[in-house]
Design a protein around this ligand. Sequence first.
Ligand code: IDP
Ligand code: MG
Length: 162
Amino acid sequence: MLQEQEAHAAEMERTFIAIKPDGVQRGLIAEIISRFERKGFKLVAIKLVVPSKEFAQKHYHDLKERPFFNGLCEFLSSGPVLAMVWEGEGVIKYGRKLIGATDPQKSEPGTIRGDLAVVVGRNIIHGSDGPETAKDEINLWFKPQELVTYTSNAEKWVYGDN
Ligand code: IDP
Ligand code: MG
């Protein structure tokens, strides 16, 4: 049983999810969190922060050559951001599916951006795009002691016994 739990824990991955200032100001925190929660993913870290512009530039460093980079970083630092880490099997890839395409005009209905946003510059949510970026973004936004390791009572019902 213990071995099964350990094997199960080894499969768990974590992703960085942030509700951007537009999502926070529009009162969409509960709506967005509930979609991850109802799916069966586990919240392991959460905090409300106003990032500096320099911090936003670090977060979006991959996009520094893009014409919208400056506006994007100004926007991310313009108000509170809800920073979170979610855990679960396949959470990085499936988190991106829950979020939907970058441009809300192209996001499917049923996705967070498809249902709740209209334009690419105000697409309300960020999610890590792969295992490496997930690790980097979690380390950028959270100190190790801010990540909470715990067993959720729902886990055995979400995943079954093995
Ligand atoms: P992602 O958030 O779906 O991963 P990225 O390509 O990583 O998309 O872009 C990061 C963020 O930059 C997007 O979520 C969006 O807010 C913004 N962005 C991307 N493309 C454009 C654009 O063409 N115009 C304005 N903002 C953009
Ligand atoms: Mg991205």
